[in-house]
Design a protein around this ligand. Structure first.
Ligand SMILES: Cc1cc2nc3c(=O)[nH]c(=O)nc-3n(C[C@H](O)[C@H](O)[C@H](O)COP(=O)(O)OP(=O)(O)OC[C@H]3O[C@@H](n4cnc5c(N)ncnc54)[C@H](O)[C@@H]3O)c2cc1C
Length: 452
């Protein structure tokens, strides 16, 4: 495999031996690591097509890989095959500020996409939390969310076109710079969120918007989950059009509170961000403060744009600070109707207690999306197994509350085969038929995003 691929894409583009970095993702912390027959880093879309063509002709599985920040082991080659890393497809093909759009290759880091937009006074709103490491192709392949998905929607809402290599090695383009397109079935949307199981995304066209002038988060600590969730309901009920509506339960605040830019209180944290014109954001912030402060232990809001930035840096670090306590964690991303959030948070902690595991939950409250988490020592097989059993209970809980097993991380390997908890058989059949239509030999990321 290595010799053939080297002939196709050049010696330097095939890494042998496979560096450990390309064999795992964020699920290392729950003990998952793969092995690959080869790791290939093609230099452009045509080279990606050549690799896929060779693999498809020789029945070799292809595991597409972005930044490796996924929480579902989607990029982990658990059964071998060729890891196709997009790192070298890192060009911004076009940036047209006057038309609010850009075309970027899959391997451009998420933060770079946001920075380039920002330099032109524009915003690419999706902001999943590992932006310096994740790639735009990985974000599109997982249809990633993040705090500002509450107002602005998930990644897919900003993708007007996708260029991808599909079976048996064809470079195709669906959509493009055009903002509206209802011709044909929506293949673009099928590729968005397909987690590398339908093809390899090589480039995307993105829609941008003028950046808001100001953004002011308001943080409010509440006595307990019930009081915090009541505050969240008040923000919604009062019709406050906040950009982000986040929460950290009391256990998460205790584990990951260090470095909070204001004064920390022991309680359930709710954060709502007001953005818009300077005047509009300031007025909305006042309303948010009034609504959140009603029943709060304390509130905090930044005084400068730099403090806002430092707040979000702190928020981005929550996941890794939680993990640091035991070295590992099983972190899921269930989503429930927002009025069931309190129940889901309480139940996460109860499930942890039943399995003898330290638990906590935080996430995107406005979207009912929780990172329900169980802390583990990844070297302790018993603990890892108990965390897996706890996660199974979480998936059942999400379905029982009318929600989903994945709000933003995707199914990957860790949630494979559980779609039946939330979908009827006929829908599962269609899911499998789509996979067969795109990938008749089952070579694109086999074993991932399985319905059954
Ligand atoms: C600290 C931290 C915070 C996070 N916060 C968030 C958050 O707020 N919201 C959120 O949604 N996620 C979050 N994540 C999870 C993760 O960052 C996202 O899932 C991200 O979109 C993964 O991108 P990646 O480039 O790292 O993809 P990878 O992990 O490399 O791959 C993810 C999946 O996409 C596939 N894939 C990758 N690139 C391509 C491609 N070019 N073509 C086809 N398939 C491809 C892979 O096969 C795999 O199935 C967080 C992760 C960390 C570590």
């Amino acid at each position: 495999v290595i010799a053939e691929l080297r002939r196709l894409v050049g010696d330097g583009a095939v890494l042998d031996p496979a560096p450990a970095h390309y064999l795992g993702d964020e699920t290392e912390g729950r003990g998952l690591h793969g092995r690959a027959d080869a790791v290939v880093l093609p230099g452009d879309a045509e080279a990606v097509a050549a690799v896929v063509r060779w693999c498809y002709a020789h029945d070799v599985p292809v595991v597409p890989r972005g930044g490796g920040t996924g929480y579902a082991a989607g990029a982990v080659p658990l059964d071998g095959g060729v890891v196709l890393a997009l790192d070298r497809l890192d060009r911004v093909r076009s940036l047209e500020p006057l038309f609010w759009r850009m075309e970027v290759e899959a391997g451009v880091p998420t933060a770079e996409v946001r920075r380039r937009a920002r330099e032109s006074g524009l915003l690419f709103p999706p902001d999943p939390g590992a932006a310096e490491q994740s790639q735009i192709g990985g974000n599109v392949a997982t249809n990633a969310g993040g705090p500002h998905a509450f107002k602005y929607g998930v990644t897919g809402a900003w993708v007007t076109g996708v260029e991808a290599v599909v079976a048996p090695g064809e470079l195709v383009r669906v959509g493009g710079p055009v903002r509206k397109d209802v011709a044909g079935y929506d293949l673009r949307s099928l590729l968005v969120g397909s987690e590398g199981t339908l093809g390899v995304i090589t480039a995307v066209w993105l829609r941008l918007i003028p950046a808001p002038e100001a953004a002011w988060p308001v943080a409010a600590f509440h006595a307990d989950t019930a009081a915090g969730c009541a505050a969240i309901a008040r923000v919604l009920g009062n019709g406050l059009p906040v950009a982000a509506l986040e929460f950290l339960d009391s256990a998460t605040v205790r584990l990951a509170g260090a470095g909070f830019p204001g004064e920390l209180a022991d309680g359930f944290l709710v954060v709502a961000e007001a953005d818009g014109t300077a005047e509009g954001a300031a007025a909305l912030r006042e309303e948010v403060v009034a609504v959140l402060a009603e029943d709060a232990l304390s509130t905090w809001t930044p005084g400068t744009a730099a403090e806002t930035a430092s707040f979000w840096r702190w928020r981005d670090g929550v996941s890794l600070r939680v993990q640091a306590h035991r070295g590992g964690k099983s972190s899921e991303d269930i989503a429930v109707p927002v009025e069931r959030l309190a129940e889901a948070v309480e139940e996460t902690n109860a499930i942890g207690r039943r399995h003898g595991l330290e638990a906590c939950a935080w996430g995107h409250a406005g979207d009912g999306n929780l990172h329900s988490t169980f802390l583990v020592d990844p070297r302790d097989a018993g603990e890892v197994a108990r965390a897996q059993a706890a996660s199974e209970e979480l998936f059942a809980l999400a379905a029982r509350l009318g929600g989903t097993i994945s709000g933003e991380h995707g199914v990957g390997w860790v949630k494979g085969g559980r779609l039946g908890l939330q979908w009827p058989d006929a829908a599962l059949d269609l899911h499998e038929a789509v996979k067969r239509a795109f990938d008749p030999k089952n070579l694109f990321n086999p074993g991932k995003k399985r319905a059954r």
